[in-house]
Write a protein that binds this ligand. Structure first.
Ligand SMILES: Cc1cc2nc3c(=O)[nH]c(=O)nc-3n(C[C@H](O)[C@H](O)[C@H](O)COP(=O)(O)OP(=O)(O)OC[C@H]3O[C@@H](n4cnc5c(N)ncnc54)[C@H](O)[C@@H]3O)c2cc1C
Length: 460
């Protein structure tokens, strides 16, 4: 028997260590459930101590490990090979404490994001992090990728919502700082190292999350616009007019909206097809009637002054569900071609309109590219592309990557706004980070994981 498996078998209950056929019953991504997992073994620890013991063994044996959360990432970061041991965080799934006075929630890393949102809601609080994969993504995965999503504009990225963290280093050392305090300048803020490092510096086991008071109102509207300058104008106009309550401002390009609201997609279009851009706004405020009126008033003004061409307001809860499901259900875009390639880039907001037009034209000129869908969190300067392709060759992947990533360096954009680097983008990291920055990152990696066992080959 393999020495690592032998040592792990000695350390762990049989139910916490899967080998052989049992490994193949699992998968590496929620969209690839039909592809059996390839790995030497899967460890399913239930406590920090068990995880620490597992990592000590792997470290001693120079055994590479890959951390599995909810498996919703879009950069290949949970892919594995037969030499790797998977550590699945699914059993760290308990909400340990909800402290209404401190407005914090202490959770295990394996708790599903939607369960955290619901628990906060049940006591009149809000955990603002929100994105389409909320029903599967774990908070540990969201922290490891510093996930962004639909409300960054108002509440920031995951980084801004984490007050305390517990993580286990590659050699099994436990670093625990589960404080509930907002201000803490006692030298380096070590927890930030683990946030957004994609499981390459340590395995997150617990977190203290920051909650805010739940809003008493939620208003949304779909808005049709015909030129990009007016999208920017509308963003400023809404942010000013809604006096701090604007929490979402999502942009969807024409063909993307048409696909999201035509069969086989189930949703009907709230606005007719034919506008160039569709903006979905959300405000979270304190009085439903008043806030709805305020939104209506702003939209009427924008319509009169030809900033917008059309608008549909959500009047009921089911309207809200309908509108947001359209935006969140991006899987329909990925299913339009045999193969898909995903992007999440960021660039200065004023440049987005032209950049997307030029990039779309270049992409559609590639013979094996069938579809180019663009949409995104435009208020954060973050746009997603989903490219539908006839074939899946390394050459085509690279050709598409070059078209999208190369121009970003000159305009100070980023190859990853929120999804991270994983396997898919590591060859392009130099387009967004300088040599010195990458060298510093490598030094940090060596300091925290000298044998390079954590998510080996990902990011660098
Ligand atoms: C439909 C859809 C919509 C999405 N929308 C958004 C969006 O709007 N914004 C956004 O930012 N992302 C979005 N994503 C991407 C994805 O949901 C996020 O990256 C999410 O945070 C990943 O969480 P996860 O639990 O699924 O992590 P996984 O996919 O399992 O893992 C992601 C990375 O984190 C590591 N990891 C997981 N758990 C831990 C842990 N406990 N400790 C250390 N490392 C760990 C993994 O090794 C891997 O490197 C979307 C994905 C889908 C499928």
């Amino acid at each position: 028997m393999d020495a690592v498996i032998k040592a792990l078998t000695k350390e762990l209950d049989a139910s916490k260590l899967l080998t052989g056929e049992a490994v193949k019953e699992r998968y590496h991504h929620i969209w690839r459930m039909d592809v059996p997992l390839t790995a030497k073994a899967v460890v399913i620890p239930t406590t920090t101590e068990e995880l620490s013991a597992t990592l000590k063994i792997c470290h001693a044996h120079d055994q590479p490990v890959v951390v599995h959360g909810g498996l919703t990432n879009l950069v290949g970061s949970t892919e594995t090979n037969i030499e790797e041991v998977v550590i699945s965080m699914e059993k760290f799934n308990t909400i340990q404490e909800l402290d209404e006075k401190s407005r914090t929630m202490t959770v295990g890393a394996g708790v599903i994001l939607e369960n955290i949102q619901q628990a906060a809601k049940d006591v009149g609080l809000l955990f603002p992090l929100n994105f389409g994969a909320k029903g599967s993504a774990q908070i540990g995965g969201a922290i490891s990728t510093n996930a962004g999503g639909l409300r960054v504009l108002r509440f920031g990225m995951t980084r801004q919502l984490v007050l305390g963290l517990e993580a286990v280093l590659a050699d099994g050392t436990v670093i625990s700082s589960l404080r509930k305090i907002i201000k803490d300048n006692a030298a380096y803020d070590v927890k930030q190292l683990f946030i957004g490092s994609e499981g390459t510096l340590g395995v997150i086991t617990k977190a203290v999350l920051r909650l805010v008071e739940a809003p008493k109102s939620r208003c949304s509207a779909f808005i049709g616009i015909n030129d990009y300058e007016n999208v920017i104008k509308l963003l400023k106009f809404m942010d000013k007019g809604l006096a701090g309550t604007l929490s979402g401002f999502e942009l969807i390009w024409d063909t993307t909206y048409e696909t999201m609201t035509s069969p086989p997609a189930q949703a009907k279009p709230p606005l007719p097809h034919g506008y160039k851009y569709y903006v979905l706004v959300e405000s979270l405020g304190s009085n439903q009637m008043q806030d709805q009126k305020a939104l209506e008033g702003l939209l009427e003004y924008a319509l009169r002054h030809e900033m917008i061409a059309d608008a549909a307001i959500a009047y009921t809860y089911s309207d809200l569900e309908w509108f947001w499901k359209i935006r969140e259900d991006v899987h329909i875009l990925a299913s339009q071609a045999n193969h898909d390639q995903h992007f999440d880039i960021s660039l200065p907001i004023p440049l987005i309109g032209d950049f997307i037009e030029e990039t779309r034209t270049k992409l559609l000129a590639i013979p094996d590219v069938e579809k180019v869908f663009s949409f995104g969190h435009v208020a954060d300067g973050n746009i997603h592309f989903i490219i539908g392709k006839k074939v899946q060759t390394e050459e085509l992947i690279h050709q598409i990557n070059e078209v999208i990533y190369k121009p970003l360096t000159a305009i100070n954009g980023s190859i990853s706004a929120e999804h991270g680097i994983g396997l898919h983008k590591k060859n392009y990291l130099h387009l967004s980070r300088s040599e010195n920055e990458i060298a510093l990152m490598r030094s940090l990696k060596v300091a925290l994981d000298p044998k390079g066992i954590l998510n080996r080959g990902k990011v660098f």
